[in-house]
Design a protein around this ligand. Structure first.
Ligand code: WTA
Length: 650
């Protein structure tokens, strides 16, 4: 179906208003205006959505604009796991399912009630304490999507240790960098994991990561695959053995609202990943309130977010947000297409999922495999569909709405980032007019703006850079160990604003359209990958003199990785070498960063000061001809452009 064939606006229907907090556009507008007029009063009122050990905060918000020091509810005391677990146990939800864990094999299932979750998390917390982990210590977690991952994360939060989850698809090098950057004391990993019917190795990679010497004193290893693994005497311990001695009671540590909760590494425009730091109070509050409003979760419903806990979406909307709101959250170990292309729908049907939250990549992939795989399942339990991680094109949006949601379910296209902690721009079911491909309205307290290069405000409908006017409760507080980079990347680009790195456009209805990254960060199958990280890996190969990496549009993955390499003298481009380069990237970064195309080049377009012009390479990779490239006269060697166009691989 062409773009023109899809309705432009889908107003909320009567049934979408049932049971959700905000029931009309007017109500949204009224509360939104209030929240912008006096954000502190708004958030102080909202603070009652969670429980505090003490609400005696010094002030709701302190914001030192010059040094970008931000604190919310400082002096207030809480523990996020009290909100995610204990308060539900105390309030009659002890026997309600908190986590439904669905393993890759269909009969591999575990359901944990809130009562059982308290038991499990408390034991793991005591196990960590017994290994000397205390408040403020860093714990790296490198696990597949198994229940122990959830327990480990929550156990850290319970004792005030700072967790740093490293996605299982990252390589040993990436793990090493993430361990050494924050000086982790403990690493929690497993013998391996299952993915698409195959066992993958994690312990081997963990061993490799630790080989060079790190601050890690203890490695705790979960048994998952039963694979033979090398355990180092004195350093490595089996999780189940340590757990046998752990007591099931563990009082939650009293945390200040501004104590660190976790670090999560994300890609930026240099090769070094950024350790985004979130703190306890504002993050707990914001993820809870956004979860309640955007998904309109209702008691008894089953909520499923298909992300991996290794990414921010899993942190905020598999674990913390849903659990704090007392939801039943599904944690899925598998992949969308194993054992068959209908796996998601079979799981949704089996657990009678009401709210389903996934990435456009998955939507496009399933659209391609055909509607029959969906139609064979009863998906009538679905009430709401969500999308996150990359722009969703109107056609994929409409297919999701039509075929998956049976035209009953609102689709919430939620825009946010690792740095923002929670959803920033999204429709509210029951209040917002949906527009396919549009993230629509800012959440309460969030004021987005599109600006030009010179910082002036864009006109209605004009493409610009997306910035946010002032801090909100779940904004990152700093980059671990690098406050200057935090200021330079996010706050000094357009002084006075938080710069998102995304382009955007605001239309005549005040709806925000996200246009994708304007920096050198790519989104491959919804995974955020820095061009510079891939380039650094390529340059590590002895044949490579220089490399430039750009995204090209990809039908399923949204973007794929296109590589230009200039070889050192004495090396010839060949398929063999291509294979080696791919292996190098997979080794240094991980399989998620596998290049799709490698073009050998005689030279790369550079400014006279030597800066590689990725803007031009992006256009060439995408099929652009000389006349599409804009002004190339400032290049040190303009001829290189024609050679690159001639050598383009499609
Ligand atoms: C992109 C994921 C368009 C965006 C939660 C952002 C989106 C980056 C959307 C952050 C959306 C996320 N529409 N683009 N609904 N959601 N993005 O840190 O470019 O992994 O800057 O956080 O994903 O990726 P991250």
């Amino acid at each position: 179906m062409s773009d023109e064939g899809i309705a432009k606006v889908f107003p909320p229907r009567e049934e979408h208003r049932k049971g959700v907090p905000i029931k009309s556009e007017e109500e949204y507008k009224r509360i939104y205006d209030e929240s912008i007029k006096d954000p502190e009063a708004f958030w102080a009122k909202m603070a009652d959505r969670i429980e505090w050990f003490s609400k005696d905060w010094d002030s709701v918000l302190e914001y030192d604009e010059k040094d970008v020091r931000i604190s919310w509810f400082k002096g207030g005391k809480l523990n996020i796991t009290h909100n995610c677990i204990d308060r539900h146990v105390n309030n009659g939800r002890k026997n309600q399912a908190a986590i439904i864990w669905q393993g890759e094999e269909d009969d591999d299932v575990k359901v944990y009630t809130y009562g059982q979750l308290l038991y499990e998390v408390s034991r793991v917390a005591n196990m960590l304490k017994a290994k000397g982990v205390g408040k403020g210590d860093r714990v790296s977690i490198y696990l597949p999507m198994i229940p122990e991952l959830a327990f480990a994360v929550l156990a850290c939060a319970r004792i005030g240790a700072i967790h740093s989850v490293v996605f299982g698809g990252f390589s040993s090098d990436a793990l090493y960098n993430r361990i050494t950057d924050c000086d982790s004391k403990v690493l929690i990993t497993s013998d391996g994991g299952f993915r698409g019917g195959k066992a993958i190795d994690l312990k081997g990679k963990a061993n490799e990561a630790l080989e060079a010497g790190t601050t890690v004193e203890t490695v705790i290893v979960v048994r998952r695959t039963g694979a033979d693994v090398v355990m180092e005497e004195g350093r490595d311990f089996w999780y189940h053995e340590l757990l046998a001695d752990a007591e099931p009671q563990c009082e939650p540590e009293v945390m200040d609202a501004e104590d660190p909760l976790f670090i999560l590494y994300t890609s930026g425009s240099t090769g070094k990943p950024k350790g985004v730091l979130h703190t306890c109070g504002g993050y707990n509050l914001y993820t809870t309130v956004t979860f309640e409003h955007i998904f309109g979760y209702q008691p008894g419903e089953v909520y499923w977010c298909t992300a991996d806990i290794g990414w921010i979406t899993g942190h905020s909307y598999i674990l913390y947000g849903p659990l704090s709101a007392g939801a039943t959250t599904v944690m899925f170990e598998g992949v969308p297409n194993y054992p068959q292309p209908d796996r998601f729908w079979q799981v949704a049907e089996k657990w009678k999922v009401n709210v389903f939250y996934t990435a456009p990549t998955a939507v496009r992939m399933m659209r391609k495999t055909g509607d029959d795989w969906i139609k064979m399942h009863d998906l009538s339990s679905l009430r709401l569909l969500g999308s996150v991680g990359e722009p969703i094109d109107p056609e994929a949006w409409y297919w999701y709405y039509d075929v998956v949601g049976g035209q009953r379910c609102p689709v919430v296209d939620t825009w946010w980032q690792t740095e923002t902690g929670g959803i920033m721009i999204s429709p509210l079911p029951g209040a917002t007019n949906l527009k396919p491909g549009c993230a629509t309205k800012p959440f309460f307290g969030i004021e987005p703006l599109t600006i030009r290069e010179d910082r002036s405000e864009c006109d209605v409908g004009e493409n610009g850079r997306l910035v946010i006017k002032r801090p909100w409760p779940s904004i990152m507080r700093t980059l671990w160990g690098d406050h200057e980079r935090f200021k330079d990347t996010y706050w000094n680009v357009y002084p006075g604003y938080y710069f998102t790195g995304d382009g955007g456009r605001i239309d005549e209805d005040g709806d925000v359209w996200i246009l994708g990254r304007v920096d050198d960060v790519m989104s491959v199958a919804g995974h955020r990958i820095g061009a510079a990280e891939v380039e650094a890996a390529l340059i590590g190969h002895p044949a490579v003199a220089e490399a430039a990496v750009v995204p090209v549009p990809d039908e399923i993955k949204g973007e794929a990785i296109y590589v230009f390499v200039n070889l050192k003298d004495g090396y010839e481009g060949s398929d063999e070498l291509r294979k080696e380069l791919v292996a190098q990237v997979r080794h240094d970064v991980g399989p998620i960063a596998t290049p799709k195309i490698i073009q050998f080049a005689q030279g790369l377009p550079k400014t006279r000061s030597g800066k590689i012009m990725r803007r031009i390479l992006r256009k060439i990779a995408g099929g652009g001809m000389h006349e599409d490239l804009g002004d190339v006269s400032t290049l040190a060697d303009p001829d290189v452009v024609d050679q690159l166009i001639a050598g383009r691989i499609s």
